[in-house]
Design a binder for this molecule. Structure first.
Ligand SMILES: *Cc1c(COP(=O)(O)O)cnc(C)c1O
Length: 352
């Protein structure tokens, strides 16, 4: 608290990110980063961009990056919006598209940044409880709204909603913007991008932080109808014309071009997720079906908080949310095979 703060700043409740420890010998399974590095092609592209051109502002429209994303998804480049991480993209989406007179709808258990953005932009919202099995039932969203947003797969549950259900939601809500936050879609889901042609109110948001292993570069993007994208450009150009620097643009383009590396690392993570899920089940955990690069688990006999603390003592960090309904769960990022093995060893020791 400070007397220099405005009333607005005083009342804000900022997002609390997962911990980023400085020590290196930690098994870090708490923030869903990719255990494999970025594509070597992306690293080389960044190295090549480290030159005198950095004295120049980057292209404010990041056209090259928009074009590769557009090509990948068979869209037009004016259907792509890019920003400094999908958190920034989402901020502009909340500000520019989701601040309406009717309340914004999102699940009670979801990405916790959504309520923070609502606080920042003064957006009225209503949370819709997930079903008993922690899944989204689109029928619960059939009520007056100024927009709907949720991640698919949802975070932190990992549960996937099929494209049919998303289409049902779009059909029932043609007058408000529906935002699907696909931060984890590459780990086993089908993107809603294919519906964009038919639904001008659909916005799909993705990030290069998870499946493309570039969390440290901060690159996010949104895809939708030209009118939605134009609205976002208006907000962005009233805030920061150059959200992506030369290195980010170079990395992003290369990461999309290196399809082999992308497919190989995603496949590996999916395979290891299934392995980890199976092993945790054998140790007595309930594991929600996950289409993401993490698993959401609980053990009927043991406190999640106590387990997280025990793992931490062994240098393994996982995420526990002190939140009603999911207090007894842990969210564990799928790491390398060796990291997953270390986690399983720690679990066995704890259960002994
Ligand atoms: C990680 C994540 C983001 C943020 O991604 P950045 O591009 O790194 O800002 C957004 N939404 C969800 C659901 C996420 O898990």
């Amino acid at each position: 608290m400070s007397k220099y703060w405005s009333d607005f700043v005083t009342q804000l409740e900022p997002y609390i990110p997962g911990e980023q420890p400085c020590t290196t010998n930690i098994v870090k399974l708490n923030t869903n980063e990719n255990p494999y590095g970025p594509s070597p092609v992306a690293i080389a592209a960044m190295e090549a961009a480290l030159n005198q051109d950095l004295r120049l502002y980057p292209p404010s429209k990041a056209d090259g990056l928009k074009q590769v994303i557009a090509d990948y998804y068979s869209l037009d480049s004016n259907q792509i919006f890019v920003g400094n991480g999908s958190d920034e993209v989402l901020a502009h989406v909340f500000n520019g598209l989701l601040k309406q007179s009717a309340p914004l709808l999102f699940p009670d258990i979801t990405y916790s940044f959504y309520t923070v953005f609502c606080g920042l932009y003064g957006i009225d919202y209503k949370v819709i409880p997930l079903s008993g099995d922690l899944s989204i039932d689109v029928a619960d969203y059939q009520q007056p709204n100024g927009g709907i947003i949720f991640p698919n797969p949802n975070a932190p549950t990992g549960r996937l909603l099929e494209t049919d259900s998303i289409e049902q939601l779009l059909k029932a809500n043609r007058d408000s913007v529906i935002v699907i936050d696909e931060a984890y879609i590459d780990f086993g889901g089908q993107s809603a991008v294919e519906l964009i042609d038919h639904y001008p109110n659909l916005l799909v948001v993705q990030t290069m932080s998870k499946s493309r292993s570039l969390a440290g570069m901060r690159i996010g993007y949104a895809m939708g109808s030209v009118e939605l994208i134009e609205g976002l450009e208006r907000v962005k150009n009233s805030f920061n014309s150059y959200p992506l620097g030369h290195l980010q643009i170079a990395a992003g383009i290369a990461a999309f071009e290196d399809k082999d590396y992308f497919n190989k690392t995603c496949d590996r993570i999916i395979k290891d997720r299934e392995e980890l899920s199976k092993d945790l089940k054998q140790l007595g955990f309930t594991v929600l079906p996950s289409a993401a690069n993490f698993v959401f688990v609980h053990h009927a006999q043991h406190s999640a908080e106590a387990m997280a603390a025990y793992f931490r003592g062994l240098g393994i960090i996982v995420r526990h949310f002190k939140q009603p309904r999911i207090n007894s769960f842990l969210r564990i990022t799928v790491g390398t095979e060796s990291q997953n093995q270390q986690l399983l060893t720690a679990v066995c020791e704890f259960l002994k």
